[in-house]
Design a protein around this ligand. Structure first.
Ligand code: NAP
Length: 259
């Protein structure tokens, strides 16, 4: 019998791909997103059997409470894995960094912060009791290599976006929850899909390619994975997760990333 997953941000490329691959292999997925009715990709996957959609605003406590009740009804014996994948991106459309940084209102960052930190905190806080009912107890926060404070350099920071700036503190939240929940055999970790492409999220692929090639492994020959490949890799890691992964930050290929 398959496991029970809750996936947030399930309407777009990564979230919907998680839902697709998990459902195809027989797991049950509760697909949470702001606007489930507006995603043709998600609507095609919802079947009322092992794929269910739940509308939620992860930054709103009333919405979280209502959605948690629905999740409890769908999974009365608890859930196995929570994938915090929702995010908010205000992009540098023109890549003219200094102008964009000057022009972008602080409210963009605050909203991204609320989505990445507030949303991940709220979902985790609400669903830990359901995760405690089972032994898998995995929480995965989808992050990005663009959040790495160790690797940040001007050549790539010019491409950075509010999503990355929201995910950097989300990485800290991952560490906090890993410490707090580790004693109860939870495994909480951050993962980067290693993709950044216009079709995927309205951001220049040059940004990620430039960023990744600064690191030794990703030379000029390196080709970004497709979302299908990236999610498949991440699911392999989630499947074999052990205590060693608690508090880790890894790529879809299971290599440790610099914080
Ligand atoms: N795409 C990339 O290149 C890339 C690279 C590295 C990391 N990431 C991270 O991977 C994750 C998924 O990225 P993506 O590109 O597939 O998605 P995306 O285009 O950034 O879409 C964000 C998703 O989050 C949902 N969402 C946003 N605010 C929400 C809220 N308050 N409550 C509930 N749901 C909310 C959206 O819901 P609705 O559509 O229903 O409104 C949507 O499903 C994000 O965390 C992103 O930062 C992305």
């Amino acid at each position: 019998m398959g496991l029970i997953y809750v996936v947030t941000g399930a309407s777009q490329i990564f979230g919907a791909e998680f839902v697709k691959q998990l459902s195809e292999r027989g797991d049950t997925v509760i697909a949470c997103t702001y606007h489930p009715d507006q995603s043709e990709q998600l609507k095609a996957l919802v079947n009322g059997k092992n794929v269910h959609a739940v509308a939620i605003d992860t930054t709103n406590l009333d919405s979280i409470e209502h959605a948690t009740e629905q999740i409890q009804q769908l999974a009365p014996d608890g859930i196995d894995v929570l994938i915090n994948n929702s995010g908010l991106l205000y992009n540098n459309e023109s890549n003219e960094s200094e102008r964009i940084y000057r022009d972008r209102p602080a409210s963009n960052y605050i909203e991204a912060f609320e989505t990445h930190i507030g949303g991940t905190f709220n979902m985790t806080h609400a669903l830990v009791p359901l995760l405690r009912n089972r032994t898998t107890r995995a929480i995965v926060n989808i992050s990005s290599i663009l959040t790495s404070m160790k690797e940040i350099k001007k050549e790539v920071s010019i491409y950075n976006n509010t999503s990355s700036d929201g995910e950097t503190p989300e990485n800290m939240l991952t560490r906090d929850f890993a410490i707090y929940l580790g004693d109860e055999d939870f495994v909480v970790f951050a993962m980067c899909p290693m993709i950044q492409e216009p079709s995927c999220s309205r951001i220049s692929s040059t940004a990620t390619n430039g960023w990744l090639k600064l690191s030794k492994k990703y030379d000029d020959d390196w080709i970004q994975p497709t979302p299908e490949q990236s999610i498949r890799g991440m699911l392999l890691i989630i499947d074999k997760h052990s205590k060693d992964l608690n508090g880790a930050y890894v790529s879809f290929e299971d290599e440790n990333l610099p914080w």
